[in-house]
Design a binder for this molecule. Structure first.
Ligand code: SF4
Length: 301
């Protein structure tokens, strides 16, 4: 591959912070796009970020800048809200760039939406897998269709299962992020129960739970201000997640909840550590502190 970086000026990262899944902290973070192709979820403070696809020349320049510091890393993460939405030919060229500048990388992962997976043919996904794509991190958020629809998440859970089946057939792992409290008080029981049922059907490799925050300037914030959404307290959120975990029947899955009571993490492997996870959550449910309050309004990035 010819050096494509001669006349362009780029920075390795656009913003001051980069947003990696918790599992990808050791991966080479290669920025390929900005913004989300869906940008409609009512709770999401990323939804209004400008959208931009970096040219292959820019991606090559970024890879070249990172390479001297990250040569020993075996894995890369394609930074961007849903990098799998990029055309397959573009992604294949990005994978070529990684191979050229970071020859030790043999695994590549990215964020994706279920509909990104469905839009690609099996042949396209197979080509990407053949060049190193090994895991997709997908924002499921909830297995309750009503909660997803309320938030305008743009997920059809039947289609989501089809997407998982395609990935499973091709040997591409899929991991989910989920949001405790997404259904608010009204849908909390269903969020717990129906999320467990969906996860049991999908059998993801990893689950990362975060807690719902009401970011200012989001539609959900306005709805809550008008009384149309009641947020869970920290303790209710943990109770909900505990109920979900108790319903899980997963064969091989790493579980992390990084926002337990707003200040601690519970993690373990399922199914073998399920009882330990539940016991830790039961203990934390009894903790004293300001946990019967709703999470404070976060400061806008
Ligand atoms: S939650 Fe994900 S899919 Fe929804 S708008 Fe935000 S980045 Fe896009």
């Amino acid at each position: 591959m010819a050096d494509q970086t001669e006349y362009i000026e780029v920075r390795p990262f656009t913003g001051e912070e980069i947003y990696l899944p918790i599992w990808e902290e050791g991966s080479v973070p290669l920025e390929v796009q900005l913004g989300c192709s869906w940008h409609r979820c009512k709770f999401c403070d990323f939804a209004n970020d400008p959208r931009h696809v970096f040219s292959l020349q820019e991606v090559a320049a970024k890879a070249q800048m990172l390479a001297p510091y990250m040569q020993d890393r075996p894995r890369a993460f394609l930074l961007g809200e849903n990098a799998l939405m990029l055309p397959t030919n573009h992604l294949l060229e990005v994978l070529d760039i990684i191979e050229y500048y970071l020859p030790n990388v043999y695994q590549v992962s990215s964020y994706a939406r279920f509909d990104d997976v469905i839009r690609k043919s099996m042949g396209e996904l197979e080509e990407l897998a053949g060049k190193g794509l090994c895991e997709l991190h997908i924002g499921l958020e909830s297995g309750c269709q009503e909660a997803l629809d309320f938030m305008d998440k743009g997920i059809d859970l039947n289609e989501a299962l089809q997407a998982c089946e395609r990935l499973r057939l091709l040997g591409i792992d899929y991991s989910f992020t989920m949001i405790a409290g997404l259904g608010g008080v009204e849908l909390s029981d269903r969020h717990a129960r129906e999320s467990a049922a969906f996860l049991n059907a999908a059998q993801p490799k990893r689950i990362w739970i975060t807690g719902l925050l009401l970011w200012p300037d989001t539609p959900l914030f306005q709805i809550a201000e008008a009384g149309g959404f009641a947020q869970l307290t920290f303790r209710q959120r943990l109770r909900e997640t505990r109920d979900m975990v108790s319903g899980l029947d997963l064969r091989d899955c790493t579980f992390v909840d990084s926002t337990v009571l707003g200040d601690c993490t519970v993690q373990g492997h399922l199914p073998d550590q399920k009882d330990a996870i539940l016991a830790a959550m039961d203990k934390l449910l009894e903790a004293e502190g300001p946990y019967d309050e709703v999470p404070p309004i976060p400061v806008k990035r």
